[in-house]
Structures are given as C-alpha cells and as structure tokens.
Design a protein around this ligand. Structure first.
Ligand code: BT5
Length: 260
C-alpha cells in the first residue's frame, strides 16, 4: 500500500481527508492531534508501519511494515450519534466483522474491542476521545488489522492467540487498500443506524462466547465468572453471574476469556 493506491481505492467514499504515512509512531496520536486542530468529520490517518502503536492502557500494538492495516478515523459526533457514543466501539467492531465476512471469513466480536477469526485475534480497536471541557469534540477510532501472516506478533508477545486474514484465508488476501476501502464504506453506511435496535441486534449476534461461560478480566480485580448473555442498550455486556444475578459489564479495560 502507498498513498497513491490508497487514494485510488478510497476514491468513491465520502470521507473527510487523508493523512498517509509510510511509517509513524501511532496513527491514533496523529488523529488526536489532527482532531484537536479542526480535522473534519471522517478524516482518516493511515500508516504502513507503526513504531509505537498502542492498545488500551498503553499496551503495545505491533504493525510491521507491509503487512497490516493501521488506521484511525475521526468522527465529529452530530446530534444523531451523541446519544449513542457508547455504541461507537460496536460500530467499528461490526464494520470490521462484516468486512471480513465479505471475504468469506466468519468473524466474531470478542466484546468489547477485539475481532476474532477461528478464535484468534485478527484485529483490535482503540477508541479515544477529544474533549473541550465537558463537551466531546471528536472520537478517534483506531483500528489495527493483521492482513499478512507477518503482521502476527510472536507468541511470547501475546496474552491471547493472534492470527491474520492470510492465515485464515489460506491464500493471498486482497490488497490492504481494498480491504480498508470496504471497511470504511461499511462503517459510513452503518453510522446513521447506530441508535437502532437492528444495529444492536446485529452487533449482539456477532458476539463471541454468547450463551457461554466466560471470565471477565478487569485490571487488578479478581476475574468475574458468568454466562455472557448479550448486550444492554448502551452496549454493555449483559452477564449472569455465579449467583444467578443479571449484571452489566461496562466498556473499559476489560477482557473476556472462555471459561469452559
Ligand atoms: C487493542 O488493545 O486491541 C487495540 C489495538 C488498536 C490498534 C490500532 S492500530 C491503529 C491505531 N493506532 C494505534 O496506536 N492503535 C490503533 P488491547 O485490547 O489492549 O490489546 C493489546 C494487546 O494485543 C497487546 O497487549 C498484545 O498482547 C496484543 N497485540 C499486539 N499487537 C497485536 C497484533 N498485531 N495482533 C494481535 N494481537 C496483538
């Protein structure tokens, strides 16, 4: 992927502008700075390689050159999106899962921010916010997708198994610019529907571990054990805990593991 092929692939989409880098620290950092400097809605930062890509809580995200999609999309929430900000992670997750579906891959969403193929992590999402006082000015949706095999970090670097589109397709994947173009197109299409019941149902039906026992890992707290039931209206994970109570786990630094 280079700037020229990317621009060609994105030509039909109504996005807000592109900043492309052969190599960068983190596309989210660039997008946060751009958002604070009047970036338009749907402005996009893409890099071929990241040297200090980030996950949540400043965990590292690896993006070796020539192998992955590293993209950050800036959203300026309008009145339509504002009541549903907690669903934006679902917007990104569903757009990625459906784009992989378009490649005949069966993706699952490991709530809240991972996409799995064959039970292994192929993509991660990092949402960050830009505030002016108490008003949210912009959201940055950072998306990292392993396209080629060599995007997958070595096992000792990982706390959860990882894979790539190429590993799962077992053949050469489409060009990264084409995949990114499909993904952006889908995200733009889904965005006006974020507040709808149909959106919540589609997101919920894409969830991994539904109806199964899971562990919810959350920072230093001891893991919570329960059955993953589905989603609450705000995108929280509905669980039945060990005492049989229905509880909602809010989006944050939480991570799910199968417990069976
Ligand atoms: C995430 O965090 O999964 C969010 C990753 C977001 C990356 C994108 S790339 C574009 C944009 N710019 C950035 O700087 N970030 C975003 P989390 O759930 O905290 O998972 C982080 C963990 O994933 C790490 O601790 C590693 O174990 C693992 N990991 C790192 N690189 C990986 C990769 N390429 N594939 C699979 N797992 C990886």
């Amino acid at each position: 992927m280079n700037e020229f092929t990317l621009k060609q692939a994105l030509a039909g989409l109504r996005f807000g502008g592109l900043r492309y880098f052969d190599s960068i620290g983190s596309t989210n950092d660039e997008a946060l700075a751009w958002a604070a400097d009047n970036a338009p809605d749907l402005a996009l930062v893409v890099a071929d390689e990241q040297n200090s890509g980030r996950g949540r809580l400043n965990r590292k995200w690896l993006t070796p050159p020539g192998s992955a999609i590293a993209a950050s999309l800036i959203l300026r929430p309008e009145d339509d999106l504002r009541p549903h900000l907690s669903r934006v992670v679902g917007l990104a997750a569903l757009a990625i899962a459906e784009t992989l579906g378009g490649l005949n891959l069966s993706a699952q969403i490991k709530w809240p921010n991972d996409i799995l193929l064959g039970g292994k992590k192929v993509a991660g999402i990092l949402i960050e916010n830009v505030w002016t006082g108490e008003r949210l000015d912009a959201l940055v949706i950072g998306m990292g997708i392993n396209v080629r095999k060599r995007a997958v970090p070595p096992a000792e670097f990982l706390t959860f198994p990882a894979t790539s589109i190429e590993d799962e397709l077992k053949t050469s994947p489409p060009a990264r610019a084409e995949i990114l173009s499909k993904l952006l197109g889908r995200l733009i299409e889904l965005r006006p529907r974020v507040g709808s019941d149909e959106f919540l149902e589609a997101w919920e039906s894409g969830l991994a571990f539904r109806g199964r026992q899971v562990q919810v890992l959350s920072g230093a707290e001891s893991p919570m054990l329960g059955e993953a039931l589905g989603l609450a209206a705000d995108g929280s994970l509905r669980m039945k805990n060990a005492r049989g109570e229905i509880v909602a786990v809010r989006f944050g630094d939480v991570s799910l593991r199968g417990a069976e």
